[in-house]
Design a protein around this ligand. Structure first.
Ligand code: HEM
Length: 407
């Protein structure tokens, strides 16, 4: 069966039940021992506990209680009115949740406003690169992260994967907003809501037969190690690719971009002792936690297909072959194969030879290069994709789930 129809079958089947056995049978990748030292973190010290066994002790019990009391609908209704960082918490929240949120919405003491400004300047200048990398790099890579793919697939949002993927990718863009963590921005709200969604998922997913069957022995999902894996698939990956592409990034911009992601990790509930203090530390941690876990799963392949459908539906001129080729160029063939991206003999060599020239030309590093016309087609399509994706995502509401994906 060719790859496309295999994917289609997975999707139209509506459930991966029949493939559950396959998922369960795929070998769980042995994790490397956690040796990353807390001295390399923003905290500078810590107990050094393996984050594989750390979840969120502040948020998890509160959200579990909210779900058990049947409070989720009224909480979601109240949360809809909370959209701006400087807004007081809405009325109607249960006292325990309100108390948690008041504490969770506080920025860390080490937040540096100048660095956040540098980050905003950076994304304004580099929006096309970061946008393409979040949407077609990190977004697709997430489907090759087995735990994330499975958690997403079997949770409530998995039933509407398009909406789910759009929401997560949106966070990547919101991080780059000019006023992300300013009083007028919305990132504190988004991060705190996301932290609560994750806590709810930790309570719910262990009750899902599909998740339990495929969790490879993990009993509670979304550990702090898992969160850092995803963090690296966003922040560290994007910075790595910008370097590969030789996009000029000043030290202030690179520090700023790291900082906005450090603050975001903290706001998502990651203890400071796991948040890398520098890009060198981030790279070291990423090599330990992200690189070895990438793998193929039926759930990930199904999610890839949905993501590619979103791209096609945006109709930004990005055809499937172009997306396949660009994603293979950014993610590499190994990840491309893991998520079932087709190989593109025409576009792949063209993109790998023309893209560096295009970047150099855009950055004023080379004068009037001989850039093939097709390269401009790729660039124009990416630009339209980023703009459309951004506008589609506006106004998304994050809701606390109170159930898993119906099986
Ligand atoms: C929900 C972002 C890590 C699994 C969400 C949402 C966002 C988000 C914005 C809300 C979307 C929605 O309500 O549908 C992030 C970021 C992460 C991260 C920025 C790390 C930096 C993870 C990890 C996992 C995970 C590591 C699993 C291993 C989920 C699940 C949901 C969710 C299952 C709920 C989907 C539902 O509504 O059913 N995440 N996430 N996330 N996330 Fe994450």
């Amino acid at each position: 069966m060719d790859e496309l129809s295999r994917r289609k079958m997975l999707i139209t089947g509506g459930t991966l039940g029949a493939l559950g056995a396959l998922g369960a049978a795929s070998p769980a990748h042995a994790r490397a021992l956690w040796t990353w030292a807390p001295s390399g973190s923003v905290a500078g010290r810590g107990a050094g506990l393996d984050p594989e066994y750390v979840w969120d002790e502040e948020a998890d019990p509160v959200l579990a209680a909210v779900i058990e009391r049947g409070d989720v609908p009224r909480v979601n209704e109240a949360l809809r009115q909370w959209t701006r960082n400087d807004q007081p918490l809405p009325a109607g929240l249960p006292a325990d949740l309100r108390e948690f949120m008041e504490s969770a919405r506080r920025l860390p003491s080490w937040t540096d406003p100048r660095k956040l400004q540098a980050a905003a300047r950076f994304t304004t200048k580099r929006g096309i690169y970061t946008g393409a990398l979040y949407g077609l790099g990190s977004g697709l890579m997430s489907t090759a992260i087995p735990r994330e793919a499975r958690a997403v697939y079997y949770s409530k949002g998995g039933a509407d994967m398009k909406d789910r993927i759009a929401k997560t990718a949106q966070l990547g863009y919101d991080v780059g907003d000019l006023d992300a963590y300013q009083p007028t921005g919305g990132m504190i709200v988004t991060a705190v809501k996301t932290r609560m969604v994750h806590a709810a998922v930790r309570h719910l997913l262990p009750q899902s037969p599909g998740w339990t069957r495929t969790s490879g022995g993990q009993t509670i999902p979304i550990s702090q190690a898992d969160i850092m894996v995803t963090w690296h698939s966003l922040a560290t990956f994007v910075m790595r690719k910008l370097k590969d592409w030789r996009v000029p990034v000043t030290t202030a911009e690179s520090d700023g971009y790291l900082h906005v992601w450090q603050v975001t990790a903290h706001m998502l509930g990651v203890p400071d002792e796991y948040i890398p203090a520098s890009w060198a530390e981030a790279e070291a941690q990423s090599r330990q936690v992200l690189d070895p876990v990438l793998d193929s799963t039926p759930e990930g392949i199904a999610l890839t297909d949905v993501l590619l459908d979103i791209v096609a539906e945006l109709d930004a001129g990005l055809t499937r072959p172009l997306v396949n080729a660009f994603a293979r160029y950014t993610l590499g063939d190994r990840t491309g194969d893991l998520i079932g991206l087709d190989r593109e003999p025409f576009w792949q060599p063209l993109i790998s030879s023309a893209w560096p020239l295009l970047v150099a030309f855009r950055e004023g590093l080379i004068p009037l290069p001989l850039i093939p016309q097709a390269a401009w087609t790729v660039e124009e399509a990416l630009r339209r994709f980023v703009l459309l994706f951004l506008s589609e995502g506006r106004g998304i509401r994050l809701e606390i789930p109170d159930a898993n994906r119906p099986s």
